[in-house]
Write a protein that binds this ligand. Sequence first.
Ligand SMILES: CC(C)(COP(=O)(O)OP(=O)(O)OC[C@H]1O[C@@H](n2cnc3c(N)ncnc32)[C@H](O)[C@@H]1OP(=O)(O)O)[C@@H](O)C(=O)NCCC(=O)NCCS
Length: 139
Amino acid sequence: MPSVEIVAAEKIGLEELLSLYHAVGWHAFDHAPGKLMEALRNSTAIAQARHQGQLVGLARVVSDRVSICFLQSLAVHPEFQRQGLGKALVEAIFEPFPLMVRALITGTEPAQRAFYESLGFNDPEKTLPEPSTVFLRHY
Ligand SMILES: CC(C)(COP(=O)(O)OP(=O)(O)OC[C@H]1O[C@@H](n2cnc3c(N)ncnc32)[C@H](O)[C@@H]1OP(=O)(O)O)[C@@H](O)C(=O)NCCC(=O)NCCS
């Protein structure tokens, strides 16, 4: 399996990042690639996975380092999916943030739900020990 490590934003290039994003069908930053790099630099922590130098996986979190940690932009290149890499990236990126609420927003694909449920994430209404409600507002 490709190696997973926590890295500084400067270790990741724009072209390889866009290439990974395109491989998983993400194009939201195509017209503002500078914003993608800004988001990367402003992240609290970044985990990458490389195979023979190629960027094949990425996860990043935004956190206050005390109470909450948001997972953002988890992507595994399709050629490397279903090999445990997504799980390894999530475990690595959350490892420095114990005892916090871990939150994320994902799509509606059954695979996305299956993946996060396999890692112990659940709907907020079912979250123990304290059932919760999540509100979102899109600007
Ligand atoms: C979601 C994603 C990150 C999962 O990465 P991955 O490396 O394939 O996941 P893993 O191999 O670590 O899977 C761990 C477990 O999750 C579940 N799972 C993962 N993908 C699944 C799928 N397509 N269908 C059903 N269950 C799935 C399985 O239980 C799996 O364990 P198993 O393979 O032993 O059965 C990857 O599919 C991806 O990058 N998708 C496109 C981008 C995306 O949707 N990102 C998440 C939303 S931000």
